[in-house]
Design a protein. Structure first.
Length: 149
């Protein structure tokens, strides 16, 4: 992963956070841009299984609404609608706090993927949302991910 990729990812995450704080009407599109920016990023599920994903593209070159999640034994798909359903559930529990010189997002902590809801693909969405700064996860899971399991 290049420095340019990292800068692009940081930029879309900041834009997403700003959109949430400002209650932007296009927050779902900002989320989707962040999802696209993290294609091929190495993630781990809460149980430590490695995965990455790509967003399918249509014949016209535009992105479809489907992620193909790659695991060693095969691939699975997660739809944009599942990601958005989980996102709106997370937004309900997220708070916004006024700091000394700025406004900050205060994500809720979720002990595991199912704490967000029974949503298809939530094991993968959980890891993505943590990386996007949309949720907090227990220290035990953070340590597992930091070690690269």
């Amino acid at each position: 992963m290049s420095c340019e990729d990292c800068r692009g990812q940081q930029k879309v995450v900041k834009e997403l956070h700003r959109g949430i704080i400002e209650k932007s009407e296009n927050v779902d599109e900002l989320l989707w841009q962040a999802v696209i920016a993290f294609q091929d990023y190495p993630f781990y599920t809460a149980s430590g299984l490695p995965f990455s994903y790509i967003v399918k593209q249509r014949r016209d070159g535009n992105y479809s609404g489907e992620l193909v999640v790659s695991r060693k034994e095969g691939s699975k798909t997660v739809t944009r609608s599942s990601i958005q359903l989980a996102f709106h559930r997370v937004l309900e529990k997220m708070s916004i706090e006024q700091g000394a010189s700025c406004v900050l997002l205060k994500p809720a902590e979720y002990k595991g993927p199912k704490a967000i809801g029974q949503i298809f693909g939530i094991s993968y969405i959980y890891s993505l949302f943590w990386k996007l700064g949309l949720i907090r996860v227990p220290l035990k899971i953070q340590e597992k991910w930091a070690k690269g399991v």
